[in-house]
Design a protein around this ligand. Structure first.
Ligand code: 4AD
Ligand code: MG
Length: 430
């Protein structure tokens, strides 16, 4: 007997298949039990009729508790009124296990309760839909770079130095030496790009954020690309092509999931390339026109980003931030060294910064000076300085925060739903 995934039932209409899953819901009326079954790919209604299945199995079906594991076999038919549009006339049912009283019922639960039961919460249709979309986004990103001949070069997780400032580093004991969990693969990406041309890495990154927000995790995944011979403009163009590619893929592949989430897909369809580009200085003007009290030179907070992005239907690139508020490695604009050739991408609908990136300093003396200004130890960065000694070239790169991208594309209120097991301030369990 062929086992079918619920998401693929349309391919099996009129056929007899098995579905291996769990009872999501159950109701009975007289001689029929309706089982809503989930298998991780979707929901399906199974119709269990006493007449067809026999008294004993029917009685057992009536007593099935939420999350009991079952294998049901039967003929698939189209049924527009059923969840998912298909249903199964069950002719055989094997009970694999009976679940105890399930803590997550079909009632509303509080956020803290759900967070503590994250290992079970992820079984609910909304959460599972988000995680399937996350998976699709990851695949799309990898495909995008594969199609463009980028080399996947993994960056280390344990590092001897900081990439994104020293305030939110997770330190660890590396057998007596001080090590840190990586905040970004970028510095290694730059070395890999000089070796391989155009590369990307995709891995977990860590920041000991001390504030609780809807956008910050302490452990998150970043897709980071680095390209030799790319300037800021080539960098930006690659990013917009990538985001557009990912959106088209999610729209094409995740219809059911987007429906489950009640995502307004018109907003995603409205995103076209090229994305708008404004300078930091122009963004400050937008804020002031909107009545904000904002001084040139400050960094944007989440509310500022929301105001700026609300002017656009597509994500907007904000480029040329003040040098003083950006990382040590950003290349100053030759036309105005007060600003750097960096650009952040702000997502629409108030989702804020999803990409940070820019052109890197390729001059040895300037990089040494910047390290000193930022009070970073030259020894730990000796290898990084070598990249400017041996065949230095203009180069650029960026990092896309996966979870913020998932939150935006899924239309979620909070980043905690974008990853199977979120790591947040004072929250490590489960
Ligand atoms: O802007 P960031 O700090 O840039 C870098 O780390 C660069 N070194 C990347 C590069 O050029 N290779 O972080 C990049 C992105 C942000 O735009 C945001 O989407 C995400 O990572 N991010 C976070 N996501 C969730 N929780 C946090 N605490 C995050 N911090 C950054
Ligand atoms: Mg940033």
């Amino acid at each position: 007997m062929e086992t079918a995934l619920i998401k693929n039932l349309s391919r099996h209409v009129g056929e007899q298949v098995a579905v291996k899953g769990w009872v999501y819901n159950q109701r009975s009326s007289g001689k029929i039990v309706f089982l809503i079954i989930r298998d991780g790919s979707g929901l399906m209604q199974g119709v269990v009729a006493k007449q067809e299945i026999g008294e004993m199995v029917f009685a057992a079906a009536k007593k099935l508790t939420q999350e009991s594991a079952v294998i049901v076999t039967g003929i698939v038919r189209e049924e527009p009124r059923s969840v998912g549009g298909y249903e199964m006339q069950v002719t055989h049912m094997e009970i694999v296990s009976i679940a105890e009283d399930y803590p997550i019922t079909h009632k509303e639960h509080g956020v803290d309760f759900l967070a503590e039961h994250r290992h079970l919460w992820i079984r609910t249709p909304r959460q599972a839909a988000v995680l399937r979309i996350r998976s699709e986004i990851e695949h799309a990103l990898r495909n995008f770079f594969y199609e463009r001949d980028f080399v996947l070069a993994d960056a280390p997780i344990i590092t001897p130095s900081a990439c994104e400032g020293t305030t939110n580093l997770f330190a660890l004991d590396y057998h007596g030496e001080k090590g840190y969990l990586s905040q970004s693969g970028q510095l290694y990406n730059e070395a890999n790009a000089m070796a391989l041309g155009r590369i990307y890495c995709f891995g977990p990154t860590f920041r000991a954020e001390k504030s609780k927000t809807r956008r910050h995790l302490l452990e998150f995944w970043m897709m980071e690309a680095e390209m030799a011979y790319y300037d800021i403009d080539a960098n930006i163009q690659l990013q917009e092509e990538m985001i557009y590619y990912v959106i088209q893929r999610v729209l094409a592949k995740c219809q059911n999931e987007l429906n489950t989430l009640d995502r307004d897909i018109e907003k995603l369809k409205a995103v076209t390339v090229p994305f708008p580009r404004i300078s930091y200085t122009e963004a400050v003007e937008l804020l002031k026109q909107g009545g904000e009290d904002f001084t040139w030179g400050e960094d944007f907070g989440a509310p500022h980003e929301t105001i700026i992005s609300s002017h656009f239907a597509a994500p907007v690139f904000v480029h040329r931030y003040p040098t003083a508020i950006k990382a040590f490695y950003m290349k100053p604009d030759p036309e105005n060294p007060q600003v750097v050739l960096g650009a952040d991408l702000l997502a629409p609908e108030g989702y804020g910064e999803i990409i940070g990136g820019g052109q890197r300093i390729d001059d040895l003396a300037l990089l040494e000076q910047r390290l000193a200004e930022h009070k970073l130890p030259q020894e730990a960065f000796a290898w990084y300085l070598d990249l400017r000694r041996f065949g230095t070239v203009p180069h650029s790169g960026f990092g896309l925060g996966l979870e913020r991208t998932v939150a935006w594309l899924c239309g979620l209120e909070h980043i905690r739903e974008t990853i199977p097991f979120p790591r947040m301030l004072h929250k490590m369990y489960p």
